[in-house]
Unconditional design. Structure first.
Length: 222
């Protein structure tokens, strides 16, 4: 059923990509609350659904405390609660500590601007040994469309494993996400983003994987 949701977005994908393809739907709700003096707290909940995994496979909850160092630079740290599922049935719990630094409007190109983020994650899984470390560099170009707050954006994020543990077997880059999206305000405190994500997984000694994702996100700023 999810293939119907992403059919239009996938129609331009290379034919060779369909060897290990999956159609997915990701829904996201986030809220950011200003605490004053440059501090804020953010909460984000992402549900991920997959054709190949027969429905819900991940429900990621992120809580971050942020500090705005300057108009351009923000740092944040927090905790990620990430239960995994198979066909909607719980399988394993993952915990993450997350630290990040974000650079907003780093470079202006025409009417748009490039922003960037570096994220460090420390990962643990219940019932598994070892601690996984990984970096997630992210870059995004946003282009305003008209005067009504509508923006078009393209972004790239890499997942770079710094070590190997039973649940993080590949050292180096094992995944990347490329996204194209439209965002627009729906009220003074809420915005909606809809887009397409191509998530590519690197599989040593085998065929790489490609997930074609329809993404819908509701963002609140309070």
């Amino acid at each position: 059923m999810l293939r119907l949701v992403v059919l239009l977005a996938c129609c331009t994908a290379p034919v060779s990509a369909w060897a290990k393809d999956d159609a997915q739907l990701w829904t996201n709700t986030s809220a950011k609350v200003k605490l004053g003096d440059g501090w804020s707290i953010s909460q984000e909940l992402t549900a991920r659904f997959s054709d190949n995994r027969n429905g819900l496979y991940e429900l990621e909850s992120d809580t971050l405390l942020n500090y705005q160092i300057s108009p351009m630079i923000m740092i944040g740290a927090g905790y990620v609660h990430d239960p995994n599922y198979a066909g909607g049935d719980f399988t394993v719990m993952e915990h993450r500590a997350r630290e990040e630094v974000t650079f907003n409007n780093l470079i202006h190109i025409g009417p748009g601007a490039i922003s960037a983020r570096m994220r460090l994650e420390t990962r643990w899984r219940d019932g598994a040994t070892g601690t996984g470390w990984r970096l997630r560099p992210y870059v995004k170009y946003s282009l305003p469309l008209g005067s009504h707050g509508i923006k078009f954006s393209i972004s790239h994020e890499s997942f770079v494993n710094l070590n190997s543990v039973p649940y993080q077997k590949i050292t180096g880059e094992n995944r990347m996400r490329n996204m194209a999206a439209l965002s627009f305000p729906v009220s003074k405190v809420a915005g909606l983003e809809v887009g397409y994500i191509e998530q590519h997984g690197f599989v040593p000694g085998g065929a790489d994987s490609d997930d074609h994702v329809a993404s819908v996100a509701l963002k609140l700023s309070l």
